[in-house]
Design a protein around this ligand. Sequence first.
Ligand code: GLC
Length: 575
Amino acid sequence: MSTLNPDVLQNGSVKNSDSINDSHELDEYDFSRFVDRPRLLNLERQRSCDERSLNDLPVPFSPHQSSRADNFGRALDNPDSVYSPIKKSGCNTPMSHFGYGMMASDPHPMIAEAWDDLRRALVFFRGQPVGTIAALDNSDEKLNYDQVFVRDFVPSALAFLMNGEPEVVKNFLLKTLRLQGWEKKIDRFQLGEGVMPASFKVLHDPIRNTETLMADFGESAIGRVAPVDSGFWWIILLRAYTKSTGDTSLADKPECQNGIRLILSLCLSEGFDTFPTLLCADGCSMIDRRMGVYGYPIEIQALFFMALRCAMLLLKHDGPGKELIERIVKRLHALTYHMRNYFWLDLKQLNDIYRYKTEEYSHTAVNKFNVMPDSLPDWVMDFMPVHGGYFIGNIGPSHMDFRWFCLGNCIAILSSLATQEQSSAIMDLIESRWEELVGAMPLKVCYPAIENHEWRIVTGSDPKNTRWSYHNGGSWPVLLWLLTAACIKTGRPQIARRAIELAETRLSKDGWPEYYDGKLGRYIGKQARKHQTWSVAGYLVAKMMLEDPSHLGMIAIEEDKHLKPVLRRSSSWTA
Ligand code: GLC
């Protein structure tokens, strides 16, 4: 069983660092001020972490256009203009015991409650905090909600980092790294060395008074799928920790460098692939059940891209690291081209698909994946606004999954997989399809739901994933932090503010559910756990980022000027 420690504050187990927020000059949130006045944000950062760019390597590059958003991106990674909380920790002003010392003078009452929940969710191993339990709901069958999930811990970790409490994040990174080193077998089959666990828990032996860790790499998970996203989140979190604390010594440890290499060697190995995207089984990420997300799902591709970008910043340029960096650069170039061109959908592209010819042979084919125009669902024709666009759910042979997936699109913005133009188009889409994607409770995990015959075929008649429920068009409060981060990166914080206000009308009253159901997300999810930790942490992270947008730096990456810009359909497809 996991140890829940409600006495965290009293017993001092959670380190209270000395950090404070000295950015209150930016009292009234104004993105343009933030962008235009980098001198205010004049803080130190370790060069080794964030200045490595693809231009450190000899790959042909194309020119880059500068813009406002680009300036902001640069501010995130430029050592002279980056605001880094590490500087705050030098100020010797203790933060609030309740964990909202960084918030505005009149914080929303939900914030204190959320911090309380988050701290109660802490899991301890041999006296040290090592993660947060998935849900604090004792009213229902636990299943695996009493475990620390790698993906679920990310918003918790960001909340702790933003609050100047990096210790639990460091412990988590080191513990999961140890778990990666385990020999992993399902029946008689051995999993790849680099696989990171989906989740782990602490087992107590009351007789011998010992504690051990037990991890699940997919062998116990419903559906028996290994979590492809865990390793990517681990790398992304390591970079967030490094960026936020300025402590490069963790990432520089030989075991961390090796951990990164093992994760990436699972993805960069040569095989039969004809695409630079990653081929996956259904349910290998946040949507961890059969939902027609096998093949090349956007969530994994976006996380893959982000993890590659983060690894570039973290890997040492020594022998094995150098060779890996070269492989990463090549893959990033190919992946960027593929995603920006083939996954991108806007009105023009939709119209092109609508008029596609099929059965084209040879490299001159326009309809490269032989997609049948008849497979275009009716809803997408209505859904696509005049201004706006998004990365579709999946692409494979004769297959385009036109569904909108929130996580993949937000990560595409944060990692700069999306160009600035594409990022703004995604935000335009969210604004113009507010009712569909946000409705009464942010935010739809995917849109639209699948139903009837299609639901039977695609989900295998899954009663948990009925239309507009859970992974099938349900609304997940955890996604608020991703939306908020994407809003800040694109300079549109008012969208996040609107979404947060909506969440504030219900989240706490409803007991912080895992998800909501219904076309508009008006119902607490059929089987949603209450006091779901990532719903709590997602809210806190969203609030802290809006309050102090410089936090975005730990989870966003600027566009690499050396990655080829998107080729417009018209020219690329006729070239
Ligand atoms: C559900 C979700 C998964 C999450 C887990 C723990 O299985 O689908 O994304 O990690 O619960 O909260």
